[in-house]
Design a protein around this ligand. Structure first.
Ligand code: SF4
Ligand code: SF4
Length: 349
């Protein structure tokens, strides 16, 4: 995952381009489906952040509790079955669904995550399927996927992987035509590596920086990170969110391996179950109940921030709609009741 994807409260339980394509990365808008009809409500579009029981990783990051953790064979079997049930459910819907896998630990070293990515990428009613990954797995499986739909949220962990190996894999992704963003955790010891990575990545590959858990940044430190990621300001401080409109619980949900649905990874209340239809019936607008939201996979859906515009076409894989260069990006908005975005229609992230 890359649970380092930050404050993500890394540890609490806490997930287009400018080419004229629709948000799906395909021309002509998300197709709706030759899938089996669904019982019950049919959302205009549903985004799902899925996190199953998997909680192990092949890396050993000092800032992560999942480092070198191993799952038992039983837990791996449960995770595989849960993922296969989830992908089967998605396949049988008849409305557009986008998916971001946000596993604890690393999913793509497991064959069932690679299979799920490939299967979902070929479904006509899935505009986007993405996963958070440390990119440690082989890449050959990508040849089986529809790369108009699949995308990767990649995190670079200096100290865990040889730099040349990592940048080589990024270049392979570019050569394959895979949509991806790359990011680092904003720890001081990562800054030089982040600068080097920024210099070596093609301009069109966005490099994001997550503020490190519990760390505050002086203006000078923030300026250093902003030179690497012009949008670092979005991550620097938690966003006040209580009472503000957030798409989660309405068009975006978090799903666990048992199908329990929460509005997001950070609000623990269960609003229903995916598999008995109760969650779809429960979808409705909900103000955020928490004081702050400090993880990108949460606040990207917080409406006053307007980040569906900033990341239009790349909300799930964290790719801005415009070129990443500082001169081309708007400064991040402050979230105040006065700059709330007007409610809009259906948005395909
Ligand atoms: S790569 Fe693995 S060990 Fe490192 S932060 Fe992500 S989940 Fe944790
Ligand atoms: S702003 Fe949205 S994603 Fe963030 S904690 Fe509140 S409800 Fe969850």
């Amino acid at each position: 995952m890359t649970s380092a994807d930050r404050r993500l409260s890394i540890w609490d339980i806490s997930a287009r381009d400018g080419s004229g394509r629709d948000g799906s990365g395909r021309a002509g808008g998300p197709a709706v489906p030759a899938a089996m009809p669904s019982d019950g409500p049919r959302p205009a579009h549903l985004t799902i952040l899925y996190r199953g029981p998997l909680a192990s990783c092949d890396y050993d990051c000092p800032y992560c509790p999942f480092a070198k953790r191993r799952d038992s064979p039983e837990r791996l079997r449960t995770d595989r079955e849960a993922l296969e049930r989830f992908t089967g459910w998605v396949a049988e819907r008849d409305f557009p669904i986008s998916v971001l896998f946000t596993p604890w630990g690393e999913g793509l070293v497991r064959s069932w995550y690679r299979r799920a990515m490939v299967r979902l990428s070929h479904l006509g009613h899935v505009p986007r399927v993405a996963i958070q990954t440390n990119l440690s797995s082989r890449l050959s499986w990508l040849a089986e996927a529809d790369l108009g739909t699949l995308a990767l949220w990649v995190t670079y962990h200096p100290g865990q992987v040889d730099y040349d190996r990592f940048i080589g894999k990024c270049r392979d992704l570019v050569a394959l035509g895979v949509r991806f963003s790359v990011g680092v955790v904003g720890l001081p010891e990562h800054l030089e590596a982040a600068r080097r990575l920024r210099g070596d990545l093609p301009d069109e590959v966005y490099l994001w920086v997550n503020a490190a858990e519990g760390r505050s940044y002086t203006d000078a430190e923030a300026a250093g990170w902003t030179a690497v990621d012009p949008l670092f300001g979005l991550s620097r401080h938690p966003h006040s969110s209580r009472g503000l409109p957030c798409r989660t619980g309405e068009s975006v949900v978090s799903v666990d391996g048992d199908g329990r649905v929460r509005r997001c990874h950070f609000v623990t209340e269960v609003i229903g179950n995916l598999y008995d239809g109760s969650a779809l019936r429960a979808l409705r607008p909900r103000p955020c109940p928490l004081a702050v939201c400090d993880c990108h996979i949460g606040y990207v859906h917080l409406e006053p921030l307007g980040l569906y515009d900033t990341f239009a076409g790349g909300v799930l894989e964290r790719i801005p709609a415009v070129r990443w260069a500082a001169s081309a990006l708007e400064p991040p908005l402050a979230v105040t009741p006065g700059n709330e975005a007007a409610p809009g229609g259906t948005v395909i992230p």
